[in-house]
Design a protein around this ligand. Structure first.
Ligand SMILES: *[C@@H]1O[C@H](CO)[C@@H](O)[C@H](O)[C@H]1NC(C)=O
Ligand SMILES: *[C@@H]1O[C@H](CO)[C@@H](O)[C@H](O)[C@H]1NC(C)=O
Ligand SMILES: *[C@@H]1O[C@H](CO)[C@@H](O)[C@H](O)[C@H]1NC(C)=O
Ligand SMILES: *[C@@H]1O[C@H](CO)[C@@H](O)[C@H](O)[C@H]1NC(C)=O
Ligand SMILES: *[C@@H]1O[C@H](CO)[C@@H](O)[C@H](O)[C@H]1NC(C)=O
Ligand SMILES: *[C@@H]1O[C@H](CO)[C@@H](O)[C@H](O)[C@H]1NC(C)=O
Ligand SMILES: *[C@@H]1O[C@H](CO)[C@@H](O)[C@H](O)[C@H]1NC(C)=O
Ligand SMILES: *[C@@H]1O[C@H](CO)[C@@H](O)[C@H](O)[C@H]1NC(C)=O
Length: 223
């Protein structure tokens, strides 16, 4: 499998007085989606009393891998890299996260790309073991509105016209060069981190690990 739905359980840790953050959203047929991908479609299959003492419920859903809060495997952009089931479990459990807030910059520029200077404001990063960086762009608040979340001129089946914040390629390079022993993923509350360079090295095994629909613990009550 190349995906994992409903990733939870990253925690913020300075000296392990830990704050747990629920990154999930409830999935529904009206969720925002990446327009080249299959939308989420939930169907109730069975929900009935067979007789007075036996109730049975079962459902079916169809979805792209890249729906809602999810994890992208390194394989997503690198044919020689890990698929989800190949990622060592210690890189997925109880790892610290650093939230980098670029919401003010993104409010001023819908195509904002996170810069090296944005990272430097949070340095030194004193996280010794595995950690992830979560970019908070504020796009969370558009989650229930596809036009606002994906961009006003996107078309179905095409990635043309998408408009939302992302991360600069040079920022990705900077992170990998500096933190490649400890940084095991990045997340963002938009449809993609939008590092568009052709994958050619280990960098992608680090930088495409997580894409998140939200970094906000109030995710199920978007503004
Ligand atoms: C969702 O799936 C159901 C059952 O397969 C189908 O009838 C319906 O047309 C689908 N809806 C969309 C929007 O694809
Ligand atoms: C109710 O349905 C269940 C499942 O089919 C069956 O095992 C059970 O014997 C039924 N009970 C009665 C009272 O008919
Ligand atoms: C990955 O793709 C390259 C370029 O097409 C190919 O040479 C290589 O064999 C592929 N590796 C695997 C493990 O599929
Ligand atoms: C918004 O950010 C993008 C990416 O950094 C940049 O190319 C563009 O010039 C910026 N737009 C404005 C109006 O500052
Ligand atoms: C969704 O977002 C678009 C673009 O910002 C806006 O024009 C529209 O009014 C919004 N729809 C709702 C229901 O808020
Ligand atoms: C997108 O692709 C699907 C499957 O190929 C097709 O059924 C649908 O009509 C296409 N939608 C648009 C807007 O082109
Ligand atoms: C990983 O980090 C080491 C030490 O900081 C550095 O020498 C190496 O070039 C980095 N590797 C990659 C792929 O960036
Ligand atoms: C999360 O959302 C809540 C409610 O909308 C808001 O009060 C809070 O400031 C947000 N937290 C962050 C980290 O943005």
């Amino acid at each position: 499998m190349n995906y994992l739905l409903g990733v939870v359980g990253f925690f913020l840790s300075s000296h392990c007085s830990c704050l747990y953050i629920d990154l999930t959203y409830s999935l529904s047929n009206s969720n925002s989606y990446f327009p080249t991908e299959t939308r989420f479609n939930f169907t109730e299959t069975t929900a009935l009393w067979t007789n007075d003492s036996y109730f049975y419920s079962s459902n079916t859903f169809k979805t792209s891998e890249h729906m809602g809060t999810h994890l992208d495997a390194p394989y997503h952009f690198s044919n020689v890299s890990w698929k989800t089931d190949q990622i060592p479990i210690e890189r997925l459990m109880s790892i610290a996260s650093l939230i980098i807030d670029v919401s003010i910059q993104c409010k001023q520029n819908k195509s904002y790309e996170v810069t090296i200077d944005d990272i430097k404001k949070y340095e030194p990063i004193n996280l010794k073991k595995y950690f992830v960086i979560l970019f908070y762009t504020g796009w969370t608040r558009y989650w229930s509105n596809q036009t606002a979340y994906a961009g006003p001129s996107y078309k179905d089946n095409s990635s043309n016209g998408l408009e939302f914040p992302g991360v600069k390629d040079e920022t990705a390079d900077y992170l990998v060069n500096k933190y490649n022993q400890t940084l095991v993923g990045v997340g963002i509350d938009t449809l993609s981190n939008r590092c568009t360079r052709i994958p050619d090295d280990e960098y992608w095994t680090l930088l495409t690990v997580v894409t998140l629909a939200s970094t906000n613990s109030s995710a199920n009550n978007p503004e």
